[in-house]
Design a protein around this ligand. Structure first.
Ligand SMILES: CC(C)(COP(=O)(O)OP(=O)(O)OC[C@H]1O[C@@H](n2cnc3c(N)ncnc32)[C@H](O)[C@@H]1OP(=O)(O)O)[C@@H](O)C(=O)NCCC(=O)NCCS
Length: 440
């Protein structure tokens, strides 16, 4: 997918209409939600940093909340080289001696400043925070880790206050204790805790390296369990080595209910937006295990499906169907399960000759509304219809017309768009439902 850029050589990227449709489909899901963006220190010095700031401006203009956590590894190493100093560690994981702590504070301040400046350049309000509460990591494996910290907690109230006020929190890999002491932390790990604290829907690592690869192939989509298995069995084969820390932290985030963790090469011009607004993405996605999923309905689901549909019939949202009706068409039905419970259903009726399919009986249980399940049903039906060789997906609605247009990308149609056999039933029903169509 291609994303338009402001200026410069990247302007070769052209926006196609299909791209725009794909982008628009994602926007409602993310509005008023928070993304935590974790930037490697090296990215701040990269040419692509200016583009990333523009991308963040675009996210904000779509009412997506953003919190930024940054690292400072590169800047710490550069400062050490300049002073001729030997670092006790440069990634916030090993021992931090007093000299390394001093350089870490200086380098972090400088990176924070550059991020604040980049955001200001895009008229975005931001604030550096002291929201990370830390204690000394202590003696680990018999070694005193000195000024390396253990993250105690995040001052969530500070972050939420800023986010509610449309201010981007900028968080350095430094923690503070109640006695005014500062500790060095690992920024990848800080990002996980920040994401948990603000209940982020995405944690995005903008790495200074290519996304994780195994046997020369980029790892595109992984569940938490798959990530754990790869780290266990193929740890030494993973490339680049920096990917290990990212994948480990992605697993932690994913296990702590952050739905999506992305690891992207922050130096690629269209990386961030392409990853967020396309189905395919460009980096590595680690997502929670499939506790939610679609499956074809079976006879054992009759009761649940009928109960779901019944709620819709009572509200005159759906056409009345008896249990026997559903049983006869059970092969057309699919259910969406959360923790193995059907909480939504739909059916795909095929009109093979006309290469048209009808998405019918869409119903999302009241307690599960507004969680994006309806949109996923539409996408699932679209994929299914496309795979079955159909050219048009249509549906009929009396009360969710705007929903199918605005969230599902359908267009208003007329009864003439219906296959003849369906038209007969339509005319007989007298419901005067709106016909909605979508070309596949
Ligand atoms: C319509 C329906 C499928 C939506 O499912 P859902 O999982 O709650 O919807 P999503 O989470 O994907 O989307 C929620 C968004 O759609 C909006 N929305 C929900 N129902 C809507 C409707 N009837 N008309 C317009 N917008 C609607 C919500 O306000 C919310 O908007 P926001 O994201 O801008 O805040 C569900 O409400 C439902 O089952 N309705 C009754 C049955 C029905 O009408 N079926 C269609 C005929 S086949």
């Amino acid at each position: 997918m291609s994303i338009p850029r402001a200026a410069g050589p990247e302007s070769r990227y052209m926006l196609r209409l299909t791209d725009l449709r794909e982008i628009l489909r994602y926007i409602p899901q993310f509005r008023d939600r928070v993304f935590v963006i974790a930037i490697d220190g090296a990215i701040v010095s990269d040419d692509n940093f200016t583009n990333l700031m523009l991308d963040i401006k675009l996210l904000r203009s779509l009412r997506i909340g953003v919190a930024i956590v940054h690292g400072a590894g590169l800047q710490i190493r550069q400062a050490a080289a300049k002073e001729g100093l030997r670092l006790s560690n440069s990634d916030g994981i090993g021992v931090t001696d007093p000299a390394t702590l001093r350089l870490s504070i200086q380098a972090s301040q400088s990176v924070t400043h550059q991020v604040l400046q980049g955001l200001a350049d895009n008229d975005l309000r931001a604030a550096a925070t002291n929201s990370i509460v830390a204690h000394p990591a202590g003696i680990l494996g018999g070694i005193d880790h000195q000024w390396t910290g253990r993250l105690e907690r995040i001052d969530t109230a500070v972050l939420k206050t800023l986010l509610d006020g449309d201010i981007i929190p900028v968080i350095a890999p430094l923690g503070f204790d109640g006695e005014g002491r500062t500790f060095r932390l690992n920024s990848d790990a800080v990002a996980v805790e920040v994401a948990k604290a603000v209940q982020a829907v995405k944690l995005i690592y903008l790495s200074a390296h290519k996304p994780p690869r195994l046997n020369g192939r980029t790892l595109r989509t992984l569940t938490t369990d798959e990530t754990v298995a790869i780290l266990k069995k193929h740890r030494t084969e993973l490339q680049p080595v920096e990917a290990i820390s990212k994948l480990e932290n992605a697993t932690k985030a994913s296990k702590s209910s952050i739905p999506r963790v992305h690891i992207i090469d922050g130096t690629t011009p269209e990386g961030l937006l392409a990853e967020v607004f396309s189905n395919d993405g460009v980096g590595t996605l680690v997502h929670a295990n499939e506790y939610q999923s679609f499956r074809k309905a079976q006879k054992k689901d009759l009761r649940a499906i009928h109960a779901l549909i019944q709620q819709g019939v009572e509200a005159d949202e759906l056409l009345k169907r008896t249990r026997a009706d559903v049983e006869r068409q059970i092969d057309d039905f699919f259910v969406f399960e959360v923790d193995k419970n059907p909480v939504a259903c739909g059916a795909l009726h095929q009109f093979v000759e006309q290469k048209k399919a009808e998405l019918a009986c869409v119903y999302v249980d009241n307690r599960n509304e507004n969680r994006g399940i309806g949109v996923r049903i539409i996408r699932y039906a679209e994929e299914l219809a496309r795979t079955l060789g159909h050219e048009v997906l249509f549906c009929l609605s009396t009360q969710a017309i705007n929903y199918f247009v605005q969230k599902g990308g359908f267009q208003l149609g007329t009864p003439d768009d219906l296959p003849p056999a369906r038209r007969l039933i339509y005319d007989r029903s007298g419901r005067h439902s709106q016909v909605l169509i979508k070309r596949l």
